[in-house]
Design a protein around this ligand. Structure first.
Ligand code: OXD
Ligand code: MN
Length: 588
């Protein structure tokens, strides 16, 4: 008798009508074959799915070009399909599950004709972890099959694990005809199901990532008592050899990946990498918060990545441990057959084609690499990978950092008064959508805990859930807000960032170890100038004051904006947040 998994695959095949079905086993041998297939297979407008890159200088590396309309997540085409509109809240797009299913059925009908259907069995999380989830994704493009091998633990053992159960996470994906008019990413949280059509882009197509491990998982977390978060995960080793584990939320494109691989500029301190994008947080039997990264790879933004900004990532990309490394929508150096992007080390090559395959003229206004061009590479290639990465129990968390990108207003680092206040700080956080020019005010998008595009239910209830989790912890991690991006009156960054962010991490650890005091302000606790390690950098007291200034007028405007944002959630908003906002108002 067919298992529920076999039955489900058969049903999807009946609907999408592929030429053949290939069950993937996740082996390297298979990945090599898939790449070979992709090199011969036409993708769009005569380009193959994969192109081999210079194997001497970029070993195991292959290039993929997307459809020009398909280069980023498409939030307006992303829907959460709960029965009730109220369940998803004001920050998500809603469609009734019946309507969404009907719409998708029509779009999927026959969409794989003449194509191969790949069935990908994979785990999110270590297979031995009680928190891991068994999943299966169907796709019709080798690029997604190979990417999922890098990003997840793909193995035929998952099929055995699923056995006769029907509770596995289901993902149906097809690139369709890449037409944005027929592109939808539908989430059915009640059924552990994602359906995605019309896009081959990471966040839309690698369904284990944002779709399952954040949107659906956040909903599972609400029902089961845990949190799925948009966070990097690191271990910070002190000169005494103690390691503290820290989870840090930053909105997309705020340097989360660089942070995850930070090269310390302080002697004796070292950062160990566990993840750069997603963290699942569970309450351990010891009452502490335990974290794990359910993914096994990095899907990172290429532009700006260099030996200067992220030497460990450059080493990761060139490491030959795990096959293969993918580059998507970067520029290409025609003379050397190497990938290239703005910010990469060395001179700009003479003979470049841009991400759309056109000759790139030096000095052109257009970027050669798409600003959201990406690399996909295994975490096992990372030279700073933590020894605890594969621990099925995860790691115990000592601190949570909630980051924002604000050129004004927000100090470098602020410690929340307590867990609930930390939730308030995360809930009110927002980031500038564009890098603001000198003196101009950036457009602020509220992005609580960096989860705005990824929370699979009403964010008012999400804040409540955070507060509830805090109540269940007998040892709560400290919560901090961080902002590397504050500028002076000339628009110059006040803080050096990158490797010097270790100084902030050191202060956090000093606070955990009760080694330093902090100054109380209306927005939280900030460091004292003389108790913060500035050895080796030139940061005057005057600059420090600007970095930590709390401008009451700016904060008064902020409070009004936050109030407006909070109001949308009506009675879903926990009273604790209203109280903290009122308190802040009075103190200002
Ligand atoms: C990502 C994102 O791709 O956050 O990680 O957009
Ligand atoms: Mn992300």
């Amino acid at each position: 008798m067919a298992t529920p998994l076999e039955k489900w695959v058969e049903e999807q095949a009946d609907l999408t009508k592929p030429k053949k079905i290939h069950w993937c086993d996740g082996s390297e041998e298979e990945a090599r074959k898939l790449i070979e297939t992709g090199i011969k297979e036409e993708n769009i407008e005569g380009t193959p799915v994969f192109k081999e890159l210079n194997q001497n200088t970029w070993p195991l590396s292959y290039y993929h070009k997307s459809h020009p309309t398909d280069v980023a997540r498409t939030e307006h085409l992303t829907f959460i399909c709960h029965n009730e509109n109220d369940t998803i809240g004001p920050t998500n797009n809603w469609m009734h599950p019946d309507e969404a299913k009907e719409k998708m059925k029509n779009l999927f009908n026959g969409c794989m004709k003449g194509r191969t259907m790949y069935v990908l069995p994979y785990m999110m999380g270590h297979p031995d972890s009680p928190y891991a989830k068994a999943c299966v994704q169907i796709t019709d493009i080798s690029y997604v099959a190979v990417s999922m091998r890098i990003m997840t633990r793909m193995s035929k053992k998952v099929i055995e694990k699923i056995g006769n159960l029907n509770n596995f996470v289901k993902g149906l994906h097809s690139v369709g005809d890449f037409n944005p008019e027929r592109r939808f990413i539908m989430h059915f949280p009640e059924e552990n199901l994602v359906q995605s059509i019309g896009s081959g882009y990471g966040g839309n197509a690698l369904l284990g990532k944002k779709c399952f491990s954040l949107r659906i998982a956040s909903w599972l977390g609400l029902k089961e008592g845990w949190l799925a978060e948009h966070m990097a995960l690191i271990g910070v080793e002190t000169p005494e050899g103690k390691i503290y584990y820290i989870a840090a939320a930053f909105p997309s494109a705020c340097g989360k990946t660089n942070f995850a691989m930070l090269e310390s500029t302080l002697p004796g301190y070292k950062v160990w990498t566990l993840g750069d994008d997603i963290v699942w947080l569970n309450i351990g039997s010891d009452g502490r918060l335990w974290a794990m990264n359910p993914e096994t790879g990095f899907f990172g933004v290429a532009p700006g990545t260099s030996l200067k900004t992220n030497p460990n990532m450059m080493k990761t990309l060139k490491n030959t441990k795990f096959y293969p490394v993918l580059y998507t929508n970067t520029a290409l150096n025609l003379d050397t057959n190497e990938p290239w992007w703005e910010g990469l080390d060395g001179d700009i090559p003479e003979n470049l084609i841009d991400w759309q395959g056109k000759k790139w003229e030096r000095g052109s206004e257009n970027k050669a690499a798409h600003p959201n061009s990406r690399f996909t590479v295994s975490i096992y290639n990372c030279p700073t990978l933590s020894e605890e990465y594969d621990n099925p129990n995860g790691v115990p968390i000592s601190a949570i950092i909630l980051g924002s990108k604000r050129t004004k207003l927000l100090p470098l680092i602020v410690e929340a008064f307590n867990w609930e206040h930390g939730v308030f700080c995360g809930a009110r956080s927002g980031s500038e959508t564009t890098a603001a020019a000198a003196h101009s005010v950036g457009v602020i998008r509220r992005d609580p805990m960096a989860m705005l595009p990824f929370c699979g239910y009403n964010m008012g209830d999400y804040f409540k859930h955070w507060i509830e989790i805090g109540k269940k912890l007998t040892k709560q991690p400290k919560i901090f807000t961080a902002n590397w991006f504050r500028t002076d009156e000339n628009g110059k960054f006040l803080w050096p960032g990158f490797g010097d962010n270790i100084r902030v991490l050191k202060w956090i650890i000093d606070r955990i170890e009760n080694k330093v005091d902090a100054k109380e302000t209306p927005i939280g606790l900030i460091p004292e100038y003389n108790q913060f390690d500035l050895n080796g950098i030139n940061l005057s007291k005057e600059k420090w004051e600007k970095l930590f200034n709390i401008d009451k007028e700016e904060w008064k405007t902020e409070v009004l904006e936050v109030q407006k944002f909070f109001n949308q959630f009506g009675n879903h908003l926990p009273v604790e947040l209203t109280n903290y906002l009122e308190k802040l108002k009075t103190q200002l």
